[in-house]
Design a protein around this ligand. Structure first.
Ligand code: ATP
Length: 239
């Protein structure tokens, strides 16, 4: 399996002097194409911090991030924007669609930012709207959609430009369990179809068995749990 993203000795601290907080101590990780990881840990353990570094939104204090064998230069703003537009897709807790644009326009803008041809954008849009059962929403505005429908649009938007990495921060936190599970299943299915690396932060341990690997952060240290053992542990310990 092709290696898409590598963290080498990534550390992150906030503050300075006596109030220096070491949120991530040393993260060494590889992500392979088509691999879906879930990132868990207590509140404040550094999940969003790590996801932000992987998404080239936040510079690490130490270490290197490689995306498709290229070192990410966190001091070069224009190359960071280029990496984000070409290689990354994001999904947040709230879909964060542009309210004054239709669903079609919200999606097309991502393709244009990535430099795709209009014909390619149209074909890609048609395909994703069909796969995510959103055709009827095409000319509607975000406010006319339910929370689950908006998150399905957010999945389409994250995938439109064929990114090699898709990052999702609490994508189901604003949804009920059934809608949230459907959204995560769709996200997993679509990311696997596209052979993209998927990393999802969630507090919902019921989602864990759906993923290929479970990454857990505690006290600044990231560890990987065996999928079967972790899933069994969670099922037996849940109230
Ligand atoms: N910009 C910042 N400046 C200073 N400290 C920060 C900043 N961002 C995060 N932190 C601190 O870093 C720690 C980790 O925060 P982070 O948001 O990454 O955790 P998290 O695991 O995603 O938490 P949650 O599950 O509650 O969303 C917290 O103690 C937080 O207060």
């Amino acid at each position: 399996m092709k290696n898409i993203m590598t963290c080498i000795g990534i550390a992150k601290s906030y503050g300075s002097g006596d109030i220096l907080e070491h949120v991530l101590k040393r993260v060494d990780l590889e992500f392979h194409e088509g691999q879906a990881s879930v990132l868990v840990g207590p509140s404040g353990s550094g999940k969003t911090t790590l996801l932000s570094i992987l998404g080239c939104l936040l510079a690490p204090s130490e270490g290197q991030l490689l995306i498709t064998d290229q070192h990410v230069n966190f001091t070069d703003k224009s190359s960071l924007t280029e990496v984000r537009r070409q290689k990354l897709g994001f999904i947040f807790q709230h879909a964060q669609l542009l309210p004054f644009l239709t669903i079609e326009e919200n999606l097309a803008i991502v393709g244009r930012n990535a430099g795709m041809m209009e014909e390619d954008i149209k074909q890609r849009l048609d395909g994703l709207l069909h796969r995510l059962e959103l055709q009827a929403m095409r000319y509607k505005h975000p406010a006319q959609l339910s929370g689950g429908q908006r998150q399905r649009v957010a999945i389409a938007r994250a995938l439109l430009h064929r990114p090699s990495i898709v990052l999702a921060d609490e994508p189901t936190a604003a949804l009920d369990w059934n809608t949230g599970k459907t959204v995560v299943e769709l996200l997993l299915e679509q990311a696997r179809t596209e052979q993209a690396v998927l990393v999802v932060v969630t507090h919902d341990t019921r989602m864990l068995p759906l993923f290929d690997r479970i990454l857990s952060i505690a006290d600044g240290i990231l560890s990987e749990q065996e999928q079967t053992a972790a899933a069994e542990n969670i099922f037996y310990t849940q109230p």
